[in-house]
Write a protein that binds this ligand. Structure first.
Ligand code: 4AD
Ligand code: MG
Length: 432
């Protein structure tokens, strides 16, 4: 007899097979019991009839199987037109592997703190299952997309001696007789990679010691950071929109069941696969916000209400271009059309999800970068290597960073990004 997975059932209709499963729920009446089963690859129902099995097995199913008991189930696979999955198993034998009594998560409403305290178990539930499958798929599609576009994957270090996006948000740790910081961004290393390999992307965890408790902030989040040599901002934005549209189309094609399980309709995603996305300058955005009655002036950074308002005007992701220097990072070049500004763009997601990508052209003039490093108190000792990239064969280059959980929260319509990562790290949560 073959051992299969739930996901392989369509290929085994009419056959007797064995599957390793966990029980998620059950109900029984006199002569029949319905067992809701999961095995990691999917969910389906097992049916056990008193007159198909021996007395002992039927009693075991009725009394000894509890939520999350693990067992091998043997039976015949059949089509089940009533369930979404479309298949079920008619059980002939059960072989318990691990008992489970008083499983803490029931099939009822629990508060979010309780669920996060039990995240190691909560991951077994349906919605986390769907969210983790979508996350995994997006990482795979990321690799496919950048591979197709001639990028090399490149790994930036996590322990660093420096802080590219500002020094207040760093986690500091002992590194023998000196201090090290957990990386906030792989970008600067990515720039070195682009000078060696042309087009690279990093995909890894990044850390921000921001004391923010918003729905969009994690202390540890994953970022995808492409960096391209010989590229200006216009082309940078084209790659960004192609990438986002590719990810969405890939989910529509490969994860329709998971999307439905998290309450995101495929129809509602389709418009986001249509390019181009609109582009608005920061100046135009300020005007739109003022016209809309929001209290902003030139020079202000945008918070969540401003980002939501702007994206709402387009019902699509929208690029906001060329922000004032003061609110952006030191490596962005001056806008030749207005020297108060830098050449950059943030991509704002619609439906209230705000910034999902931050990107820019990178200043590549040696004198300019040297003066910027000095201005920002970034020492030669720590950043001399970054300066070297401008000293030896500097070329125009651009890149961006997409927050994986920000993107996922949007496409899965989550109120908070904490459910889009297996074990979220938040202001007051480091466990489990
Ligand atoms: O805008 P940020 O800070 O840009 C950078 O770090 C650049 N070095 C990226 C680059 O050009 N290579 O962050 C980029 C993205 C944001 O748009 C957001 O999606 C995400 O990272 N992000 C966060 N996600 C979750 N929690 C946080 N605390 C985040 N901070 C930024
Ligand atoms: Mg940003």
């Amino acid at each position: 007899m073959e051992t299969i997975t739930i996901s392989q059932s369509p290929q085994h209709v009419g056959e007797t097979v064995r599957i390793g499963v966990w029980l998620t729920d059950k109900r029984s009446s006199g002569k029949i019991a319905f067992l809701q089963l999961r095995d990691g690859t999917g969910f389906f129902q097992g049916i056990i009839r008193k007159n198909n099995v021996d007395e002992e097995t039927f009693e075991l199913a009725k009394h000894d199987l509890h939520q999350e008991t693990s067992f091998y189930v043997t039976g015949e696979i059949a089509e089940d037109k009533r369930s979404k999955f479309g298949y079920e198993i008619h059980i002939t034998d059960i072989d318990v592997v691990g008992t489970s009594d008083d499983y803490p998560i029931g099939n009822k409403e629990h508060g979010i703190d309780f669920l996060l305290d039990h995240r190691h178990l909560w991951l077994r539930s349906r919605k986390p299952w769907a969210l983790m499958r979508i996350r995994s798929r997006v990482k795979l599609a990321t690799m496919e997309f950048f591979n197709k576009h001639g990028f090399t994957q490149f790994d930036a270090p996590i322990l660093t001696g420096s802080a590219p996006e500002g020094t207040t948000e760093l986690f500091e740790t002992d590194y023998f007789d000196q201090s090290a910081y957990l990386s906030q961004s792989g970008q600067l290393y990515g720039e070195a990679g682009a000078m060696a390999l042309g087009r690279i992307y990093t995909m890894g965890p990044t850390f921000r010691a921001e004391k923010s408790k918003t729905r969009r902030h994690l202390m540890e989040f994953w970022m995808i950071e492409p960096e391209m040599a010989w590229m200006h901002e216009d082309e940078n934005e084209e790659i960004q929109e192609q990438y986002v549209a590719y990810l969405i189309q890939d989910l529509i094609d490969h994860c329709p069941l998971e999307l439905e399980m998290v309450g995101r309709s495929v129809e509602s995603l389709k418009p986001f696969t249509e390019l181009p996305y609109p582009r608005v300058t920061y100046k135009e955005a300020i005007k739109m916000l003022q016209d809309g009655g929001l209290d902003v002036k030139y020079g202000d950074d945008f918070g969540s209400p401003e980002e939501t308002y702007l994206a709402d005007q387009f019902k699509k992701p929208v690029f906001i271009k060329n922000y004032p220097k003061e609110i952006k990072a030191f490596y962005m070049p001056t806008n030749p059309e207005d020297d108060r500004e830098v050449i950059c763009a943030d991509l704002l997601a619609p439906e209230g999800y705000g910034e999902i990508i931050g990107g820019s052209e990178r200043a590549y003039d040696y004198e300019y970068i040297t003066s910027k490093l000095e201005e920002n108190g970034l020492s030669k000792e720590n950043y001399g290597w970054y300066d070297d990239l401008r000293k030896y064969g500097s070329v125009p280059h651009s890149g961006f960073g997409m927050g994986l959980e920000r993107f996922l929260a949007w496409v899965t319509l989550q109120d908070h990004i904490r459910e889009n990562i297996p074990f979220p790290r938040m202001l007051n949560r480091l466990n489990p």
